[in-house]
Write a protein that binds this ligand. Structure first.
Ligand code: A3P
Length: 276
């Protein structure tokens, strides 16, 4: 609206490519796309459209910070640039590289129920295979130990959901105050609540308009409308897929497997999630 327009009007020359002041580090399949799209509704948040994969990819990293900066859309002085690359979460080298760029940068991690994340991850792998006319290995073959039937801790998707291991690595370099953790399960059902917490974390005024986020019952997810007369925008069909069916028995085996990891995480971050 007019007031917002005036408040955020700048001399064009002031609006330049800037390094991010905040990075969404992941985790994959926890709602990273939804999160950044909701945040872009804020007039003071600017973000590149694609994942940049700078810190986690040696080839890109060698291109240097100037290359990275150029990847960011121009932002004005009162705006904050946010980049999201879910790969950073699990990348061992990313925390120190980010720390070297800006040790006071704000970090956002989004997490969801670890078992749900594994199934979502596997569902995505199946979909990607299918698109290439291939079939993915059965879930059990990847996720369980063939001999014992126990959870295979080396399965990549399981590794990603051991959140404690990854968060601990980030907290070796960054103080907890610099890391905001978004509840990905809550982002699905109550996006505005999670957005408000981020506005506070980023010290921005509450300017994401509740009317721009509405529940689309056909999709079963919240979608966006950037202006009153603007088009409805939902995420692509690759977000919010119907999950592959995994037996109750395997699900509870996973839940049990993750329990001690979750407890370690709660202790580390001084906060609990209701993952059971
Ligand atoms: P599923 O596809 O398993 O349901 P990411 O963007 O990190 O890959 O995360 C994808 C997940 O975002 C989806 O996982 C979905 O549950 C979640 N999500 C959260 N809010 C959403 C929204 N408004 N629309 C679509 N998906 C959303």
């Amino acid at each position: 609206d007019q007031l917002t327009m005036e408040k955020h009007q700048h001399n064009r020359s002031e609006c330049v490519h800037r390094l991010p002041g905040c990075i969404i580090i992941g985790a994959r399949k926890c709602g990273t796309r939804a999160l950044i799209e909701f945040l872009k509704l804020h007039p003071q948040i600017i973000s590149p459209n694609d994942e940049v994969h700078f810190f986690s990819n040696d080839t890109n990293y060698k291109l240097g910070l100037e290359w990275y900066r150029e990847k960011m859309p121009p932002s004005c002085p009162d705006q904050i640039t946010i980049e999201k690359t879910p790969k950073y979460f699990i990348s061992a080298i990313s925390p120190s590289r980010i720390h070297r760029m800006n040790s006071s940068i704000k970090l956002i991690a989004i997490l969801r129920h670890p078992t749900t994340r594994v199934i979502s991850d596997y569902t995505q792998i199946c979909a990607n295979k299918q698109a290439k006319n291939e079939t993915a290995e059965p879930f059990e073959a990847r996720a369980l130990d063939r001999q014992t039937g126990h959870i295979n801790p080396d399965y990549k998707a399981t590794q990603i959901s051991m959140y404690y291991l990854h968060i601990a690595r980030w907290l070796q370099l960054f103080p907890l105050e610099q890391l905001h953790i978004v509840d990905g399960d809550n982002l699905i059902v109550n996006p505005l609540e999670e957005i408000r917490k981020i506005e506070t974390f980023l010290q921005l005024p509450q300017e994401v308009n509740p009317e721009s986020i509405y529940f689309n019952s056909t999709r079963g997810f919240y979608c966006m409308r950037k202006s009153k007369t603007g088009p409805e925008q939902c995420l692509g069909v690759n977000k919010g897929r119907k999950h592959v069916n995994i037996s109750e028995k395997i699900v509870s085996r996973f839940n049990k497997f993750f329990r001690p990891h979750n407890e370690r995480l709660y202790k580390l971050i001084g906060r609990r999630f209701s993952w059971r």
